[in-house]
Design a binder for this molecule. Structure first.
Ligand code: D41
Length: 680
């Protein structure tokens, strides 16, 4: 070999090493060291050399992940050591029985246990020979699987060459290939954009990707892998620590550059396993990948061997499954509910079904478009999903079980409660009852809102009580609350004399309020607390707001055309005016608002920037409140900025503020500020 060729080969090997080091940092450790663009530069250097000197291209070159022919099908491969299955447990009791059996068999109650999340993907076996990835085989039936090497080579978390030099001549690594939730969402969006079929879940998407005959397509799919064990081990370096414990095997796999799930824990007893299960279950929705349970494995290999196998499953491991998030049940009916602002929502009434750990009988169907898109019909068997604490949802019908003569569901064109016309305006997804406060359903919601803490704050007047009062005809409008008698209230179900007295006192006390609270309590669409405050400060008198025209209303900070229109329409309705008159006659009052020149406002002329995401307040409300207090809210940080309010995940703006030495406050600080100024 000439000197030149020698140095070129060295350069290529150096590039392999550097590129492998950085993709390991990026894809396995999730801790990149250099920007993507620097990686790309190195990658292109290698590509350039390989283009000129094809003889230097090796099987494990980082450029050789995608390529090869489009296949006709996949070769069958028999596993040298079968891939076992896992027995399942669905309750703590079943885990207790499992542990008792093990204690008897092993004649000890002292063992360490490794707990791992149970990834919802596909089991795979990777065969490394002399450190090079030679074959990747799906689990198949555990005996025979399919050679999906070409597709697996495109998965960046899987090294084409192991690192270090202490690996055995032959090493089979077993693990789970999966598609992270974020990548799944992106892929499905892409499918929608292309007008192609979406995947039902990340597991199906991962399976579909692994079974692509063209590895160029597989390469575009965001697949990932965690390793959880080993198969065949041959040749040199087969002794310790691969033979001592499961935790050491995982440690060893990590040292060779393979990825192991970061949630894996070594535990000392079964109670710790149950605690682990609870903790992982509570974080299930926040994990970046789908899991369907956790797996417990006896750590000691000696104890594993003592425990042995039963049919195809080890006696030393068990999957502790989470409650399923999806189940199938019958859609008995679709009811239409009416909200405070008249929005009509279709609600699925279901035959009771256990899903996501609870019995579900109702699920939302959102609106007509959703029903059409999913094509769900009354009488269908449907898939219901309840993930975490999210409201249960109907995913889709099971078309093969659709009853004959079923008809598509149409939202009614009249309110199911008051029979007023229901309209769909301005491209809104939901239709609305136009009955306003004539509609008992809207009335109930309006009264609940009126009594709520941030509105008139009537202590003890809860939702159930309001519903009962409206149903019994005791009250028709919010004004009627102020004419309730002790006799009437104390005659209600579950109402004693004491509660009745307390409720009357609370109603009386609520009469002393503030103008912003009063405006907010009227429940005008999209008039939240901050808008109510801005309106009160701007007009100072209720009559001025009542008679203001849309154009004038838009002079108020943060009131746009939609809110202005809502206000004008609300006050233009005679029955709303009548209710307001009655409320004032009943004695509702508030202190006069002392006019403040704009420079007297507490945040007068302060330039404030809101950045990051707020978790307690709605961003628009926060902005409106800042403006109402006199601040100017700006979108960018400069030397002129007085204050930066930084929510969660604040980025470059927060950094700039710190660099410029500008005062920074978090969301809690901002809310404390609002409290302080609004009480003064
Ligand atoms: O995360 C998983 N899906 C997972 C699957 C895991 N963490 N550990 C596993 N361990 C085994 C044994 C103990 C049998 C080696 C498994 C599986 N098996 C498994 N995956 C598919 C079938 C069996």
């Amino acid at each position: 070999m000439t000197d030149d060729a020698d140095s070129l080969l060295k350069q290529v090997e150096q590039l392999h090493q550097t590129l492998n080091y950085h993709s390991h940092r990026y894809y396995v450790l999730d801790d990149p060291e250099i920007p993507d663009i620097e990686y790309d530069k190195l990658f292109r250097q290698l590509e350039a050399i390989e283009a000129k000197h094809p003889e230097l291209i090796s099987l494990d070159s980082p450029t050789q992940r995608v390529g090869g022919k489009i296949l006709d099908g996949f070769e069958q491969v028999t596993h040298t050591i079968p891939m076992l299955s896992l027995s399942n447990a669905f309750s703590t009791e079943e885990i207790e029985e499992f542990s008792k059996r093990l204690e008897e068999r092993l004649k000890t109650n002292s063992f360490q246990i490794v707990a791992e999340p149970k990834l919802d993907g596909l089991a795979i076996s990777l065969r490394y020979e002399k450190g090079l990835l030679m074959q990747a085989t799906t689990r198949g039936d555990g005996q025979t699987g399919e050679d999906v090497s070409q597709n697996v080579r495109t998965i960046m978390a899987i090294p084409l060459r192991l690192t270090g030099d202490d690996y055995p001549d032959v090493l089979e690594v077993r693990g789970e290939i999966f598609m992270p939730k974020a990548g799944f969402a992106k892929l499905n969006q892409l499918q929608i954009d292309k007008g192609e079929k979406t995947f039902a879940n990340p597991r199906n998407a991962a399976a579909g990707s692994l079974r692509q005959l063209d590895s160029k397509i597989a390469a575009t799919r965001p697949l990932d892998m965690f390793c959880y064990g080993i198969g065949s081990v041959e040749g040199e370096n087969t002794e310790n620590p691969l033979k001592t414990s499961h935790s050491q095997i995982l440690q060893q796999l990590k040292s060779w550059g393979l990825a192991v799930c970061p949630e894996v824990k070594l535990l000392n007893n079964w109670q710790q396993c149950i605690d682990y299960y609870d903790s992982i279950l509570s974080r299930r929705a926040d994990l970046p990948y789908e899991i369907d349970g956790v797996v417990y494995k006896i750590d000691s290999i000696a104890q594993q061997q003592q425990a042995g196998f039963i049919s195809r499953a080890p006696r030393w491991a068990i999957a502790h499954k989470f409650p399923a998030e999806e189940a199938m049940t019958r859609l008995l009916n679709i009811d239409v509910q009416v909200g405070r602002t008249g929005a009509l929502t279709p609600v699925a009434r279901l035959a009771p079904v256990f899903v996501g750990g609870v019995t579900v009988t109702n699920a939302t169907l959102h609106n007509q478009d959703e029903i059409d898109r999913k094509d769900v019909r009354i009488g269908d068997m449907v898939i219901v999903r309840r993930a975490g604490d999210v409201i249960p949802e109907v995913v889709k019908p099971v078309l093969s079980e659709r009853p004959e003569n079923s008809k598509a569901f149409r939202m009614p064109d009249h309110c199911p409660i008051c029979h007023s016309l229901a309209e769909r305006v301005n491209d809104e997804a939901k239709s609305r009852c136009t009955g306003g406060l004539f509609c008992p359903a809207q009335r109930k919601e309006a009264i609940k809102h009126f009594a709520s803490r941030k509105a008139m704050d009537i202590d003890g007047l809860g939702d159930k009580l309001v519903e009962q009062m409206v149903d019994d005809g005791m009250i028709h409008t919010i004004a009627d609350l102020f004419h309730l008698s002790f006799k009437k209230i104390s005659q209600m179900e579950r109402m004693g004399a004491k509660s009745a007295t307390n409720l009357l006192a609370a109603i009386e006390a609520s009469k002393a309020t503030t103008l912003p609270r009063f405006i907010y309590s009227l429940g005008i669409r999209e008039v939240g607390e901050a808008t109510a405050l801005a309106l009160a400060n701007y007009y100072r008198h209720l009559e001025a707001i009542q008679s203001a025209k849309s154009e004038d209303l838009q002079q108020v900070p943060d009131v746009g055309p939609i809110v202005a229109h809502n206000l004008e329409t609300f006050f233009a309705q005679q029955h709303n005016d009548e209710v307001i008159d009655k409320l004032l006659e009943a004695g509702i009052h508030w202190p006069e608002i002392i006019p403040k020149e704009s420079h007297e406002l507490p945040l007068a002329d302060k330039i404030i920037v809101l950045t990051g995401s707020l978790s307690i307040m709605n961003r628009n409300d926060a902005k409106a409140e800042l403006i109402a207090l006199g601040a100017k809210v700006s979108g960018s940080v400069s030397k002129k900025t007085d204050l930066v309010i930084a929510g969660e995940k604040a980025g470059s703006k927060l950094k700039k503020a710190e660099e410029l030495g500008i005062e920074v406050m978090d969301e809690a600080g901002m809310i404390a500020l609002f409290k302080e100024y609004n009480n003064s």
